[in-house]
Design a protein around this ligand. Structure first.
Ligand SMILES: Cc1cc2nc3c(=O)[nH]c(=O)nc-3n(C[C@H](O)[C@H](O)[C@H](O)COP(=O)(O)O)c2cc1C
Length: 202
């Protein structure tokens, strides 16, 4: 089995981390290591009114954000890579400056030093020069800066279509190729699995 690390921070869009884990589960060939920051738990509650425990169930291993002694904080623990989705400006800045006081930034720093794949779904807008400079610095270190910007050429009909398209492209970066959204130049695309976005909940 492959191993991937999913970090979820307190930027808006906690659904991205949630959906990534659902998609990895549907693929079935990846051991998922999850870290959610304290702010992510708050944002998740505000955005979806769900308990973080519901996301924990999708992971094979859940690491506390302050547990700097977790397996994923060591380079000797092998993984294919890490996606932080959504990634707050705070966490992106910590990673860019090597400030590794929490597990998400430590695990990300380890991924970079081991020359593995790091994908940051940075979610903020608009951006100032300091944000852009940090993105540039991280890009030079090999990070993939992946703002979850929606595409429309695939004609999304639901919010889930929008989320799935970004998640599919993020997973492509880890070498996990799913058909959760139509690809340009290809017919159809597999219907979405799971029902994490309850649009008509209200
Ligand atoms: C509802 C909500 C939405 C937020 N959206 C963003 C955002 O889109 N981008 C961002 O950088 N921070 C956002 N924040 C602020 C972060 O949660 C805050 O900076 C936090 O300290 C990030 O910590 P973390 O990176 O450890 O999760 C948001 C906060 C809340 C409560």
């Amino acid at each position: 089995m492959k191993r991937s690390i999913i970090g979820i921070t307190g930027a808006t869009g906690t659904i991205f981390g949630w959906r990534l884990m659902e998609l990895l589960r549907s693929e079935g060939d990846t051991e998922i290591h999850l870290v959610m920051s304290q702010s992510a738990k708050l944002t998740l509650k505000m955005e979806h009114d769900v308990d973080p425990g519901r996301l924990n169930e999708l992971a094979h291993e859940v690491h506390a954000p302050g547990n700097i002694g977790a397996a994923i904080s060591s380079g000797s623990f092998f993984s294919e890579g890490m996606i932080v989705a959504p990634c707050s400006i705070k966490t992106m800045s910590n990673i860019a400056s090597g400030n590794t006081g929490d597990l998400i930034s430590r695990a990300a720093d380890v991924i970079l030093k081991e020359r593995r794949k790091l994908v940051l779904a940075v979610r903020e807008t608009p951006l100032h020069a300091g944000h852009l400079e940090n993105m540039m610095k991280l890009t030079r270190l090999g990070t993939v800066i992946f703002p979850p910007v929606p595409a429309f050429y695939n004609r999304p009909k639901t919010l889930q279509d929008v989320v799935d398209q970004s998640c599919m492209r993020m997973l492509d970066q880890l070498g996990v190729h799913l058909e959760s959204s139509p690809r340009w130049g290809e017919e159809g695309g597999v219907p979405a699995v799971g029902q994490v976005i309850e649009m008509d909940k209200s």
